[in-house]
Design a protein around this ligand. Structure first.
Ligand SMILES: CC(C)(COP(=O)(O)OP(=O)(O)OC[C@H]1O[C@@H](n2cnc3c(N)ncnc32)[C@H](O)[C@@H]1OP(=O)(O)O)[C@@H](O)C(=O)NCCC(=O)NCCS
Length: 416
């Protein structure tokens, strides 16, 4: 019997989620399964079926991705990729991913995005790592601040309604300033705020706090969770911060100062801090903000190379010919000419892949490497050094590095 890809119905979603939980080694209970099933209701959920037996899962839903310069592009957020452990390594995920990529492209999405459980899975399907994810820790009992920050506002806890009502517009305002950020559909907020006990990693419930400006309007918020702890008789709770959001960096710094000064806490962990967040510069002793781990963050897949390259802002004029190899959407493989002038670029398809008969393109690269360059998160010279990009000459490579560079470091926050 061969594997068939079919869309999963709404009634099959609990089964779909439970299969994913088995594959992803998540020992979830009914509450967690119900929250995920509701989250997936508006998504396209693809099942790999052996007759009436579900052996593989893949979901995607529409979001918008911010690209360098601040434009938003139609993106497809991919999640729930799994194969039943009894059926792995026989091409089931490959079949699902190929099906999904074609479906996303037919739906007019320009890029697809995902968060990976492991670093070696998605490159083969044309995804490239486009942001880095930094986990940071601080011992806050010894922490003092470099300068005293002025604040004529106040702090207020947010309930589920107010965090969506005021928080989502604040998220959107910050998202417009930062390549790599995704829009958050209502189901994202519903899933995050549902916060079932099995997702709390032993900590307390998810908490949300606003910074409120002097005129009474929330102008920033933080999402965090506290795990109470004591050592001897000394309180040493851990605060895990998921996000501190405001379009105004001063407000962000105020939120950090508030979080770092909470009574009874010993450590603050930050899950995914941007390289240029004001937090790095707040303490008097800068070494107190310690990077604990660094890994790739958002994986990006160009579904339409031309549209993706034309959607971003180019901060350096120039002309580049690209020889792009796409292992799945092979009609995208070929030569492209990018002409960037005054911030915008045209990207024209100029022919099939190089065959050695004509002059080589300036850069030859996989569509995964091109995706890694797209948000400006890595230098083209770094990829060339690692053998991921081949350049016609050192000068051409240096120009490509300048052209692909963004104006703000890309960053992704929040799971999906
Ligand atoms: C990752 C996963 C979905 C792959 O499913 P699968 O059906 O085994 O994948 P395929 O058989 O199509 O494998 C395709 C290729 O990827 C390789 N591969 C797949 N998953 C891999 C992994 N985790 N580590 C290393 N290689 C992997 C396979 O070896 C195969 O290589 P080949 O083409 O050179 O033979 C599956 O292992 C799984 O469900 N893992 C647990 C859940 C998970 O991590 N999901 C991802 C969430 S982001």
């Amino acid at each position: 019997m061969s594997v068939e890809i079919r869309t999963v119905t709404s009634g099959q979603l609990p089964l779909f989620v439970r299969m994913f939980e088995v594959a992803a080694l998540e020992g979830a209970g009914d509450a967690e399964t119900a929250v995920l099933a509701e989250y997936l209701e508006p998504a396209t959920n693809l099942g790999a079926w052996l007759g009436d037996r579900l052996v593989g899962t893949a979901s995607h839903f529409d979001v918008e991705l911010t690209v360098p310069g601040g434009a938003s592009v139609p993106a497809s957020a991919v999640t729930m990729i799994s194969t039943l452990p009894t059926h792995t390594r026989r091409g089931i995920s490959t079949k699902l991913m190929h099906h999904q990529l074609r479906q996303q492209r037919e739906a007019g999405r320009i890029v697809a995005v995902l968060e990976a459980s492991e670093g070696r899975i998605y490159g083969r399907w044309g995804y490239g790592p486009a942001t880095r994810h930094l986990t940071v820790g601080m011992r806050v009992r010894e922490l003092d601040f470099h300068v005293d920050l002025d604040d004529d506002g106040s702090f207020e806890f947010a309930d589920d309604d107010s965090i969506v009502h005021f928080g989502n517009p604040l998220w959107d305002a910050e998202r417009a300033l930062r390549p790599g950020r995704l829009s958050r559909p209502p189901q994202w907020w519903a899933m995050t705020l549902a916060d079932p006990p099995g997702w709390r990693e032993g900590g307390g419930p998810l908490l949300a706090v606003f910074h409120v400006a002097a005129d009474g309007t929330p102008d920033g918020y933080a999402l965090y969770r506290i795990t109470p702890r004591t050592e001897g008789h000394i309180p040493q709770a851990e605060t895990k911060v998921y996000e501190v959001v405001s379009p105004d960096d001063h407000v962000k710094a105020l939120l950090w100062r508030w979080l770092l000064a909470l009574d009874l806490t010993g450590t603050v962990m930050v899950d995914g801090l941007a390289d240029d967040d004001p937090l790095w510069w707040l303490p008097a002793d800068l070494r107190q903000v310690r990077a604990i781990s660094s890994r790739e963050g958002l994986w990006l897949r160009l579904l339409d190379v031309q549209a993706a390259l034309q959607a971003r802002t180019w901060f350096q004029d120039g002309t580049l010919s690209l020889n792009v190899v796409d292992p799945v959407l092979d009609d995208q493989s070929g030569r492209y000419l990018v002409v960037a002038r005054g911030g915008r670029a045209t990207c024209e398809r100029t022919g099939p892949l190089d065959d050695g008969d004509r002059s080589p393109a300036d850069l030859t690269l996989g569509v995964d490497a091109l995706a890694a360059l797209q948000l400006g998160g890595v230098d083209a010279r770094t990829l060339a050094g690692a053998g991921r990009v081949r350049a016609r000459s050192g000068d051409v490579l240096a120009m490509a590095a300048r052209m692909f560079r963004g104006d703000v470091a890309p960053h992704h926050a929040g799971g999906f």
